[in-house]
Design a binder for this molecule. Structure first.
Ligand SMILES: [Fe+2]
Length: 232
C-alpha cells in the first residue's frame, strides 16, 4: 500500500513537471526559434536513426481507446507539403499519467513511456497509431498529446499547440482561461469513429505563430495596386 502511494506521488510530480515545461519563454532568448521550450529537447534522447512516416506507440497495445492521428505538415504558406520534418510526441496513458517504464532514460521519464517519432514523407504526411490519452487525474486540463517539431533546416526544435479533442468537456473551460496559441495551427481535432477505432486529422503549418521563425511567406505581388497606391 505504501509503495502504491509513493508511486502515485511520483507519477503526479512527473506529469506536472512535464506540462509546466510546455510553455514558451516569452522573456527568453530572442534568437531561439519558438522562444524556447523546456522538455522539447528530450526528443533527441532515444531518437532512432531511421524514423518513418508511420509510428505505432507503446500505447497501441495497452488498455485504452485506440486512436490514429494523421495529417499533413505544410510550409508556412499553408499549401506546400513539408517533407523530412520530425514530429516527436508524448502523452499520458489511459489513466492520465506520464507513466515511465523500467529501463527508460531517467531524463525522459517525465514524458512517460508513450512517446515516439514520425518523419513526414515526400508528401508531408505522417501517421501516429496510439491510444487516447486520459486527462490528468483530479485536474482540469483537457486530455492532450504534446508535439515537438524539428525541421531539417531549422537549428532548434520548437513546440506546436498540443493535440486536443473537440468533444472533451474540459476543453472550452480551459480555453476560456488560456486561449489557444495556434502554434502551427489549431491543435483541436475532430475525432471520427471507425468501428472501434478513432481517427483524427491534424495538419500542421510550420512556423505559424512561432516566435523568431526565420522563414517568410513570399508575398510577391502578382498584379494590381494596393489600396491607396497611386497609379504612375
Ligand atoms: Fe501534458
Amino acid at each position: 500500500m505504501k509503495i502504491l502511494v509513493i508511486c502515485k506521488v511520483v507519477f503526479i510530480c512527473l506529469f506536472f513537471i512535464s506540462c509546466n515545461g510546455q510553455t514558451s519563454s516569452k522573456t527568453g532568448s530572442n534568437r531561439i526559434v519558438g522562444g524556447g521550450c523546456d522538455g522539447c529537447e528530450l526528443m533527441y534522447i532515444g531518437m532512432p536513426k531511421e524514423i518513418h512516416s508511420v509510428d505505432t506507440s507503446a500505447g497501441w497495445n495497452e488498455k485504452g481507446q485506440r486512436l490514429i492521428v494523421t495529417g499533413t505538415v505544410f510550409q508556412l504558406d499553408g499549401k506546400t507539403p513539408a517533407k523530412d520534418v520530425i514530429i516527436y510526441y508524448w502523452q499520458t496513458d489511459n489513466d492520465g499519467y506520464y507513466s515511465p517504464k523500467a529501463g527508460m532514460d531517467e531524463r525522459t521519464k517525465r514524458h512517460g513511456h508513450i512517446r515516439g517519432w514520425v518523419k513526414t514523407d515526400a508528401n508531408g504526411k505522417y501517421t501516429i497509431k496510439t491510444i487516447r490519452p486520459a486527462p490528468y487525474p483530479n485536474d482540469v486540463l483537457p486530455a492532450h498529446i504534446h508535439l515537438s517539431i524539428k525541421e531539417p533546416d531549422i537549428e532548434n526544435e520548437y513546440y506546436t499547440d498540443e493535440i486536443n479533442f473537440d468533444e472533451d468537456k474540459l476543453l472550452i473551460p480551459h480555453f476560456k482561461k488560456y486561449p489557444q496559441e495556434n502554434r502551427g495551427g489549431s491543435g483541436v481535432v475532430r475525432v471520427l469513429l471507425n468501428d472501434n477505432l478513432q481517427i483524427a486529422e491534424h495538419n500542421i503549418i510550420l512556423g505559424l505563430n512561432i516566435p523568431n521563425y526565420p522563414k517568410k511567406i513570399n508575398n510577391e505581388k502578382i498584379s494590381g495596386l494596393d489600396i491607396g497606391e497611386e497609379q504612375l
